[in-house]
Design a protein. Structure first.
Length: 228
């Protein structure tokens, strides 16, 4: 079981950057929720923790500590940039391990490709910085800066489909880096808004052939069916 730690940049009393009617903490929350949904829908062989389920305030060291104590295999911190620039950039620590650099490479390519389906997004590149969450984490760790909240980039950040694509690209990059097995068939994303997952059973048989017949029936009608 690989352990994935996702850090929602900012939260609680710290909204992060604020501009154009947008709050960084709300955007990073959405991107990570899309990443979580995509991981559970498409991959197996992992456990996942998120730095905050709701809107708690956490210090940078608390986030790194949580990941270290849990023994995470990968740490990804998601942020939105500010300072009136444009584009996407991704950071590792100046003394990053080769694994952190490998994670940076795969996430850089996945996320930029996903963003460029929406427009001509600037590649600000793969960078290094002495950020606390990168310095204090013991596993491969990166920090993404997903466009600028206070420039024309905001038009992308206001598009829910864009946030979804960015979240899913984070998920695909992490899965590639960890070599997570794909689910045989992607599960429909049935997660209710309260985070619970409801499964519906339509039949129980002692003969597998009967189960397969019913599963075929369901598939023909357009329902995803699995035999357990
Ligand atoms: Zn931030």
């Amino acid at each position: 079981m690989k352990k994935i730690f996702l850090d929602k940049g900012h939260g609680g009393s710290d909204p992060g950057a604020v501009a154009n009617g947008l709050q960084e903490k709300v955007l990073t929350h959405k991107i990570i929720e899309y990443a979580v949904d995509y991981l559970f829908a498409n991959y197996t062989g992992f456990e996942l923790r998120v730095s905050r389920a709701g809107d708690q305030t956490l210090t940078l060291s608390q986030r790194a500590d949580m990941a270290n104590k849990w023994g995470a295999d990968v740490f990804v911190s998601v942020h939105i940039n500010a300072g009136k620039g444009t584009g996407f950039e991704i950071y590792v620590h100046p003394n990053a391990s080769p694994q952190s650099v490998a994670l940076q490479n795969v996430l850089h390519d996945e996320i930029l490709a996903a963003m460029r389906q929406f427009g001509n997004i600037t590649d600000r590149g793969k960078k290094r910085a002495n950020y606390a969450v990168l310095r204090e984490t013991k596993m491969p760790a990166v920090l993404t800066e997903n466009l600028f909240i206070d420039s024309n980039d905001a038009k992308y950040l206001k598009n829910e489909a864009f946030l979804k694509a960015v979240g899913e690209a984070h998920a695909r990059g992490i899965a590639k880096f960890l070599g997570l097995p794909k689910k045989a068939k992607p599960q429909p994303q049935q997660k209710a808004s309260d985070g619970k997952l409801y499964r519906v059973q339509v039949g129980a048989f002692s003969d597998r052939k009967n189960a397969e017949r019913l599963a075929e029936e369901l598939k023909k009608k357009g329902y995803p069916a699995i035999i357990v």
